[in-house]
Design a protein around this ligand. Structure first.
Ligand code: PLP
Length: 452
């Protein structure tokens, strides 16, 4: 155990949280026993109220691509605050940000600014429905597009299945009509997707895909095939780039994988940690947002009180200025590659079957010795060992998301070296518990059960 014990203050805060917050102290990342209360964060480091400092690979679930409290972002926000924080009216930072996004993102002929990823993906769906005058959408099993009713279906939280293409709700409170309008296809399976598309071509409004689904990369030809089959039927293709936008490069996954969608949603990495998201796409679709069309069957209403506020816009512009600096993405990719390689090697040396998936700026380890190309094959990995690994890392001063390592430009060589040491220690813990017949000892058996 490398952490100090919980302080009285942190214990008191956790008890209050348990009493007052409906989610209690269970965060998406840690169990109650491992919950921490954050005191502050700077660069790649995050501190809890008990005085522990961690190297952060959660990064607020991705947005802190420059690291926490980046001086350029803080300066820009501080200056902007003096000029007021929201107007609902056009403002210079928002217009200039739209221009920068349009220059960087291949599909972005027009840009509409919103607050969070879930808004941008849901507004993309509404635009596509208006364009096609159809209601059904096709999404992929295991993909996550935010917390809207249509999106909380057959996501990565699914553990029980209906036969495809039937969707499974991942929350109570989702109307049956919404479930009926969402068709589910297996990621990376072009043949199955095309046959669904053909069967439902006259009912479909769009296809939405995470081009890098969680950390499962598209197999060669998958995104190209999707592009071709949707274009042929005039069905808009929507890329959810809330994670990949500005993380895989200035042009996001569409530039990285070389496939340009009709619409895309961008969030997280654009934001410098402030709530902002962008819906971008072809003018022919995006122009339906223009209120000059109000009163016609073409008009799509999309707005929000805080949309295009100048504070989030200056934070995003300051972020993009850093990302455009020569070598920024090379450094980000090199850091991720260093960790991916080290983790793979250490697990191999320890004889623990594992695969490192994803791209260097966002990757994950799966404890499995079978190939993982879609959601169902990812579920056959040993999740108990994974959960234990995340906890062992926390005990050694490393915070990571439950399903990804997010890299930032603030992670230094020293942070990476410390992280690799923590990998070594955590893997040693797994090996020891396997020797005792504990969690890692179950890995093989689980994999065998999964194969059966
Ligand atoms: C791929 C993807 N789309 C959409 C969202 C929703 O974004 P937000 O939480 O900003 O609403 C997320 C959030 O994790 C995401 O990972």
């Amino acid at each position: 155990m490398y952490r100090r014990p919980r302080s009285a203050r942190e214990t008191e805060l956790l008890e209050k949280a348990k009493r007052l917050l409906p989610a209690g102290v269970r965060t998406p990342t840690f169990s109650p026993e491992h919950a921490i209360v954050v005191e502050s964060a700077r660069g790649a480091r995050i501190r809890d109220v008990s005085g522990n400092e961690y190297i952060d690979y959660l990064l607020g679930s991705g947005p802190m691509l420059l690291g926490h409290a980046h001086p350029a972002v803080v300066r820009a926000v501080r200056e902007a605050l003096e000029r007021g924080s929201t107007y609902l009216l056009l403002n210079e930072p928002a217009i200039l940000l739209a221009e920068e996004i349009a220059q960087a993102v291949p599909c972005a002929e027009k840009v509409s600014l919103h607050n969070v990823g879930a808004e941008a993906t849901s507004f993309a769906i509404r635009l596509a429905r208006a364009y096609r005058k159809r209601d059904k959408i096709l999404k992929f099993e295991g993909a996550f597009h935010g917390m809207s009713d249509w999106a909380l279906l057959s996501t990565h939280w699914t553990r029980e299945f209906a036969p495809l293409p039937h969707a499974v709700p991942n929350s109570a409170g989702i109307p049956e009509g919404v479930v009926r309008d969402v068709l589910i296809a297996p990621f990376n399976d072009l043949e199955a997707t095309e046959s669904l598309l053909e069967r439902h071509r006259d009912e479909l409004a769009c296809v939405i895909v995470e081009p890098l689904q969680r950390t499962i990369a598209p197999v060669p030809g998958f995104l190209e095939g999707l592009r071709e089959m949707t274009r042929r039927r005039d069905i808009p293709l929507v890329f959810d780039e809330v994670v990949t936008g500005f993380r895989l490069g200035l042009g996001g996954a569409q530039e990285y994988y070389g496939v340009v969608p009709d619409l895309c949603a961008i969030g997280k990495s654009l934001s410098g940690g402030h709530p902002i998201a962008a819906l971008c796409g072809r003018a022919e679709l995006m122009d339906r947002i223009d209120p000059a069309r109000a009163g016609t069957s073409e008009y799509v209403r999309l707005s929000g009180t805080y949309s295009a506020n100048p504070i989030s816009a200056v934070a995003a512009r300051a972020t993009l200025a850093e990302l455009r600096k020569p070598g920024a993405y090379e450094r980000l990719f090199a850091s991720g590659r260093t960790l991916m390689d080290a983790l793979g090697r250490l697990l191999r040396d320890a004889g623990i079957p594992a695969q490192i998936l994803g791209e260097p700026p966002a990757f994950e380890v799966f404890f499995a010795d079978h190939e993982i190309t879609d959601f169902r094959s990812s579920l056959r990995a040993d999740r108990a060992t994974h959960a234990r690994f995340v906890e062992c890392l926390l005990e050694r001063g490393i915070v990571k998301a439950h399903e990804k390592f997010f890299l930032s430009l603030a992670h230094t060589e020293e942070d990476l070296a410390t992280t690799i040491e923590a990998f070594e220690g955590a893997i040693g813990d797994l090996v020891r518990s396997r020797a005792r017949g504990g969690v890692a000892g179950d890995a093989k058996a689980q994999i065998e059960r999964g194969k059966a």
